[in-house]
Design a protein around this ligand. Structure first.
Ligand code: PHE
Length: 376
């Protein structure tokens, strides 16, 4: 009798145990980020925010009874690397979704691969419209550059009272080219004049030729839709040439390095971004507190907040989908509505984008200061 029982029960037990093990396999999420190299500040910040979200989710039991495993790969801020590491994350690590990137150029590199393998990808903070146009599996949780460009054109005209502007664009960055275009369209429409346009490339260090041309054009401000390293060097060299008028830019300026590199030249400059740690809302303040406790007192910036929100939006979608099956998960992300995050409510629209407010930041006494919010 006992013997018979053993024979009949054992296989059942073994099958049940195997099923439990499968059910408890971690949910693998791939993150690709610029942890080193030219835009290391972007990748580091975004990664910390993402990691904080994943740790919090795991501490509260994960989703669907499973823990998350975050697999992070560094693209070294180099062109071509995102494609390589994203292929590896999909084929070798078998991640069920991708989180990344900050820079639009690198999201644009990864998106066709994610789309091809039907692996949902959520960019935390790439703002170029083309990113989500790459296909039905590509999402973002931030605003896009037609909004940011419009917001900064109006800020330049109405708040800074600038009438004649110089545009200094990085031709090797899709983000810069896009933001310049949207800024220009609105600035002209509201009666401003783009008096002169100059160009540079990512990694350039000497902007004296462009700045000398701008100086001769008698403008009353410069818009620099670029990343922080060049924006800081441009501001510094402009001040050396005694060009004292406002210099301003977009979210690409956001990094502590902007002030470290630019120093005094950054005083009185402005840029738009996605969030301010000075926001007194309980959601923002609780995030700031948790982040500082986890990362040695560091104050989280926009990339950290959006990295955090991207992981939380993904977890919420997995929960609603009840599965990590790629097409069901894709549909659940697409159906995200009013998801409450650090950077506001995320609703994914029919173009797989989010609509959120922007904030304007200035540099005052060597520190970033909130100026105003701009609602969509
Ligand atoms: N929006 C920028 C891009 O698309 C990246 C960025 C986001 C930079 C947020 C700083 C803060 O390339």
């Amino acid at each position: 009798m006992i013997k018979a029982l053993r024979f009949t029960l054992l296989p059942v037990l073994a099958a049940a145990l195997a099923a439990a093990a499968v059910a408890q396999d971690p949910i693998k999420v791939g993150e690709f980020a610029s942890l080193t190299g030219k835009e290391a500040a972007f990748g580091q910040s975004s990664h910390k925010g993402t990691l904080l979200a994943i740790e919090e989710l795991n501490a509260t039991g994960g989703v669907l009874g499973r823990q998350f495993e975050l697999i992070t790969e560094d693209n070294q801020s180099k062109q071509g690397e995102s494609a390589t590491i994203v292929k590896k994350l999909i084929s070798r690590d078998q991640v069920i979704a991708l989180l990344g990137e900050v820079a639009s150029g690198r999201s644009l590199e990864a998106a066709p691969i994610a789309q091809n393998y039907k692996i949902p990808m959520i960019s935390p903070s790439s703002t170029n419209p083309k990113v989500t146009e790459m296909g039905s599996y590509i999402f973002r949780v931030c605003f896009i550059d037609p909004f940011q460009g419009t917001a900064m054109a109006k800020f330049g005209k109405d708040t800074l009272h600038l009438k004649k502007i110089a545009l200094l664009t990085s031709v090797s960055s899709p983000y810069s080219v896009g933001l310049a275009k949207y800024f220009k369209e609105t600035f002209a429409k509201i009666g401003g004049e783009i008096t002169i346009e100059q160009k540079y490339s990512e990694g350039d260090k000497d902007f004296k030729a462009q700045l000398t041309a701008i100086k001769a054009a008698n403008v009353d401000g410069i818009f620099v839709p670029g990343y922080y390293t060049e924006a800081a060097l441009i501001s510094k060299q402009a001040r050396e040439l005694e060009m004292d008028y406002p210099i301003f830019g977009g979210d690409g300026w956001e990094a502590p390095q902007l002030i470290e590199i630019g120093g005094k030249a950054m005083e009185g400059t402005y840029y738009s971004t996605h969030y301010s740690p000075e926001n007194t809302s309980p959601g923002v303040q609780s995030f700031v507190k948790k982040f500082r406790a986890r990362f040695a007192g560091e104050i989280p910036d926009a990339m950290a907040a959006l990295g955090y929100d991207s992981a939380m939006v993904l977890a919420d979608a997995i929960k609603r989908a009840g599965t990590t099956d790629h097409s069901k998960l894709r549909a659940a992300i697409a159906a995200t509505k009013n998801f409450n995050g650090v950077t506001g409510k995320t609703t994914i629209d029919s173009n797989r984008n989010a609509t959120k407010a922007a904030v304007v930041i200035t540099v005052k006494d060597g520190a970033f200061k909130f100026v105003q919010a701009i609602n969509p």
